[in-house]
Write a protein that binds this ligand. Structure first.
Ligand SMILES: *Cc1c(COP(=O)(O)O)cnc(C)c1O
Length: 438
């Protein structure tokens, strides 16, 4: 029997530190800035974000201890998560490449987002807040924060991009189950949302707009604090648990990746798996190719590297990042979590220095979902629509290896499961509604 099909870590092997790549970056990270005109957004940050997270945002400490309370929450969320060898998929593809995937889909809410949601909720509770506010696009972040709020005995308010709110009924029930209050965004509940809502009650919304609403809601209530599920440095820090575990697991079987792949919207799951390995590249001269799988609906890594706002209404400081412009409109896709105009400043810097490759898949999503189906039919796990991009990219690379007869080792992240998003697969792959068969 091949004993390396599932590589597991025991509970006492759960990492006790997060990895902060900032001190290892080849250049200083450009800090958040204020726009040339108007009030200071930077000075407002302490009123908007959880204090401990803001501290971590700026930290130059390489390893940051994970508080015992958060480690317990990680254990209760099923961490550490297994790393699997995709042996059946390799055989089906006939590739000499070795494929390993990290199972972030084994998450109570279905995605990697719990890794930072639990940390943010824990710190918010410690700081005495009673309510969390946030935005969500695909719904995964809203689910994760609703769950984390509930486990930490906090209330939670979610502003959800209307175009997605409408087709993901199950996810709405999921958030309600955890006691969250959910609004379709733009909503009638905030001043900023109301403006857009009045113009058009069917407004599709966008992540940028929903962020503006979440920020406004938190600002107006001293007991509330705003949480962001991606992009920021402290989110990359919390997500580093994915890559730290994966490195340990590869070490156990004496393997090392030639290629590391994941999908990228704002960058949190990509950063999570990639940055600990990137640390090796920056400090030990390891050679790894990193590929971020994106959609042509939001190929932010092919945008411009410049200072831009993180939200539509320009309430956030400006971040130096690859961006498509904070008010750009994007076509809806099923992998909606990948639809964000900007990429994490840390990953943007690394991209700018040539450490990260990227591919953007067509917005019809056929190729991506067909590849995901090959994975489903051999490995048995149904990836989230976003994670399907990671899977597709890994398969494409494995096929290249076949053509060039190269036995590369490929590690990819499967950031979530698609149990609540099956309609997306049905639509794109044309799974037929069938009359009752008896
Ligand atoms: C939110 C989400 C993404 C995209 O966001 P990142 O911050 O880029 O990771 C990808 N996969 C899943 C399952 C998600 O929920």
């Amino acid at each position: 029997m091949n004993e390396n099909l599932e590589i597991i870590l025991k509970a006492d092997e759960l990492p006790d530190k997060w990895y902060n790549i900032i001190p290892d970056l080849p250049e200083p990270l450009p800090p958040p800035m204020d726009p040339p005109e108007g009030y200071s957004r930077v000075n407002e940050l302490p009123n908007l974000l959880v204090g401990e997270c803001l501290k971590q945002e700026m930290s130059d400490q390489r390893w940051i201890p994970i508080p015992e309370g958060i480690r317990e929450l990680y254990l209760s969320a099923g961490r550490p998560r297994p790393l699997f060898r995709a042996k059946k998929l390799e055989e089906k593809l006939g590739t000499p490449a070795k494929l390993y995937y990290k199972s972030e889909f084994f998450s109570p809410t279905g995605s990697h987002k719990v890794n930072t949601a639990l940390a943010q909720a824990y710190y918010a509770k410690q700081q005495g807040f009673e309510r969390l506010t946030t935005e969500t696009g695909a719904g995964q972040w809203g689910n994760a924060l609703a769950y984390a709020a509930s486990l930490n005995d906090l209330d939670c308010t979610v502003f959800w991009v209307r175009a997605v709110y409408r087709w993901k009924e199950q996810r709405l029930k999921f958030m309600q189950m955890f006691g969250a209050e959910v609004y379709a965004s733009p909503s009638n509940h905030t001043e900023f949302g109301r403006k857009l809502y009045k113009e058009n009650p069917n407004h599709d919304g966008s992540l940028g707009i929903a962020i503006s609403e979440g920020l406004e809601d938190a600002k107006n209530d001293p007991k509330a604090v705003y949480c962001l599920g991606s992009v920021l440095n402290h989110v990359m820090l919390h997500q580093s648990i994915i890559g730290i575990e994966t490195m340990k697991q590869m070490e156990i079987i004496g393997e090392y990746p030639d290629i590391v792949i994941s999908c990228l919207g704002g960058g949190s799951n990509f950063g999570g798996i990639a940055l600990p390995f990137m640390g090796d590249v920056l400090t030990k001269k390891a050679e790894i190719k990193f590929i971020a799988a994106q959609s042509e609906a939001a190929p932010n890594l092919q945008g411009e590297y410049k200072y831009d706002f993180a939200d539509y209404a320009e309430k956030t400081p400006m971040l130096k990042m690859y961006t498509l412009g904070h008010q750009i409109s994007m076509v809806p896709i099923r992998g909606d979590g990948l639809r964000y105009h900007g990429c994490s400043p840390i990953l943007s810097l690394l991209r700018n220095l040539g450490y990260i490759d990227t591919i953007a898949y067509p917005t019809d999503e056929k190729h991506v979902f067909e590849r995901a189906r090959e994975f489903v039919q051999t490995e048995g796990f149904i990836p989230a629509p976003e994670s399907a991009y990671s899977v597709a990219c890994a398969i494409d690379e494995a096929i290249k290896c076949k053509k060039e007869n190269e036995a590369k080792t490929i590690v990819f992240n499967v950031s979530g499961h698609g149990f609540l998003d099956m309609e997306g697969y049905a639509d794109i792959l044309g799974l037929k509604k069938q009359p009752e068969r008896a």
